[in-house]
Design a binder for this molecule. Structure first.
Ligand code: HCA
Ligand code: CU
Length: 380
C-alpha cells in the first residue's frame, strides 16, 4: 500500500487568512486537536516571525505529539538557524521559482536560488532534521528552471520536494502531468503538493497530485489561508475516505467536527455551508425523492457515513419539496397512525404551509400534531 502524509498548515498558511489571529492557548489547542485526528505533519510559521511565535512553537513541540512539527522557513541563514534552535522535527524551506516571484519578490536568478538553498539543506541534514524544499509558484515556473533547482536540492539531500500551486492557477490535468514528471525524475524523494483555491480547484488538484504520485498533501482546517485559502482538511479526508480508506486507518475521524468548530469559533465565523463532512447541512436530505430513498437506505444518497464522523443524519421534511414517505415516517415517530388517504392530505397541507416559508423540525412536529388533533375533532 502507498503511504500518504497529510500536512496541516492551519497554524501557518491558516494564519495568513485575513480573519485569523490565534492566541498561544489556541495554537496549542489546535495542535492537540490535529494530533488527536492523526495528521502526519503540523506546519508552524518561521520562529523568526515574532517572539510569541517562537514561544508557541516551543510550547507545541513540548507536547511531544505523534504529529511531526515542521517550521515553514525562507532559505535564509538567519531563518534556518532560528528554526534549528527550536525543537521542531524538520524545516519546510521554500523559494519562489517563477518569473513573477523572481522579478517582484526576491530578485534572484535561478542559479542563485540553487546556490543559496544547497548549503542550508546540507546544514539541516547534518543537524539531523527533516528537510523539504518547495518551489514556490511551481505552476507558473519554467520547467527547465524547476528541474535545475530540484536537481540541486535533491542532490543536497532533501527528503521531499514541494510543488505549490501558489496562485491557484493549475487544472487537475496540469497537476497530474507535473507531479507525474517530477515523480519519475526523482523516485527517491517524496513529493508534497499545496493547492490554492483561487478558482475552486484546490481539492480536485490535491487529489490529482496524490493520484499522480505525491505522498504529502497540504491542507488547512476549513481550507483557510492566504486570499481564499487552500484545500480543506475535511475535503481531502472525504475523498480519501471514499477512494483510499486504508490510508485513513490510523485517523480518528470523529475529531474532525470538533476541530473545524474550534477553529471557526477562534475566527468568529460559522463553518462554511458547503464544507465537506463538517458543514451543518452536510448530512441533511430534503427533496421528497431523496428523503424517501434515504429513509429506506441512506446509501442511496450518501457516500459518507455520518456515524463514522460522529455526526447525525437529518431528514428535513419542512419544505415545499417534502414527500409523503418522509412525512409518514415522521408521523409514526410521533406515535400517530394515519391511513394512506390521511397521509396524503397531511402531506398536502404541510406543503401548502411550507409555501410561505420552510419549517424547522419543531415547527413541523407542532404542525403535524395540530393537524392530527384537528382531524380528530372533525372525526369525532
Ligand atoms: C507562502 C507561499 C506558500 C508556500 C507553500 C510551500 C505557497 O505563503 O509563503 O511552502 O510549499 O502557496 O506557495 O504557501
Ligand atoms: Cu500557500
Amino acid at each position: 500500500m502507498r503511504s500518504l502524509a497529510i500536512l496541516d498548515s492551519t497554524l501557518r498558511e491558516g494564519e495568513q487568512f485575513i480573519k485569523t489571529y490565534f492566541s498561544l492557548e489556541q495554537r496549542v489547542m489546535i495542535a492537540r486537536l490535529l494530533d488527536r485526528l492523526g495528521v502526519t505533519f503540523i506546519e508552524v510559521p518561521s520562529p523568526i516571525a515574532s517572539p510569541e511565535t517562537r514561544e508557541a512553537i516551543q510550547a507545541i513541540c513540548a507536547l511531544n505529539l505523534s504529529s511531526h512539527v515542521v517550521a515553514h522557513v525562507r532559505c535564509v541563514e538567519a531563518d534556518v538557524q532560528a528554526a534549528l534552535d527550536t525543537d521542531v522535527y524538520g524545516l519546510n524551506l521554500f523559494f519562489g521559482t517563477s518569473q513573477e516571484l523572481r522579478s517582484y519578490s526576491h530578485g534572484r536568478r535561478i542559479e542563485q536560488i540553487a546556490t543559496e538553498a544547497v548549503p542550508l539543506i546540507r546544514r539541516i541534514r547534518e543537524a539531523g532534521r527533516y528537510v523539504r524544499f518547495s518551489a514556490e509558484d511551481a505552476f507558473r515556473s519554467d520547467l527547465v528552471d524547476l528541474l535545475t533547482v530540484f536537481d540541486a536540492v535533491v542532490d543536497a539531500g532533501v527528503e521531499r520536494i514541494g510543488l505549490p500551486d501558489t496562485v491557484g492557477i493549475a487544472t487537475p490535468r496540469q497537476v497530474d502531468r507535473l507531479v507525474s514528471l517530477i515523480a519519475s525524475r526523482y523516485p527517491n524523494v517524496g513529493i508534497e503538493f499545496h493547492g490554492h483555491n483561487d478558482t475552486g480547484c484546490a481539492i480536485a488538484n490535491t487529489i490529482s497530485a496524490f493520484e499522480a504520485g505525491a505522498d504529502c498533501l497540504d491542507v488547512t482546517v476549513m481550507g483557510i489561508g492566504e486570499r481564499n485559502g487552500i484545500a480543506s482538511l475535511s475535503g481531502i479526508i472525504s475523498q480519501l475516505y471514499i477512494h483510499y480508506p486504508d490510508l485513513l486507518a490510523t485517523y480518528d475521524l470523529t475529531q474532525l467536527v470538533e476541530l473545524d468548530q474550534y477553529v471557526a469559533d477562534c475566527l468568529n465565523i460559522n463553518i462554511p455551508y458547503n464544507m465537506p463532512i463538517t458543514a451543518p447541512s452536510a448530512f441533511t436530505h430534503r427533496a421528497g425523492v431523496h428523503t424517501k430513498a434515504v429513509l429506506r437506505n441512506p446509501h442511496a444518497y450518501e457516500i459518507l457515513n455520518p456515524t463514522d464522523f460522529g455526526v447525525a443524519r437529518h431528514v428535513d421534511i419542512g419544505s415545499r419539496f417534502t414527500g409523503r414517505y418522509a412525512v409518514g415516517h415522521r408521523a409514526v415517530s410521533l406515535g400517530l397512525q394515519l391511513t394512506p388517504e390521511e397521509l396524503s392530505r397531511l402531506t398536502q397541507a404541510l406543503k401548502e404551509r411550507a409555501e410561505s416559508g420552510s419549517l424547522s423540525d419543531e415547527e413541523v412536529n407542532t404542525f403535524i400534531l395540530a393537524w392530527y388533533e384537528e382531524k380528530g375533532s372533525l372525526v369525532w
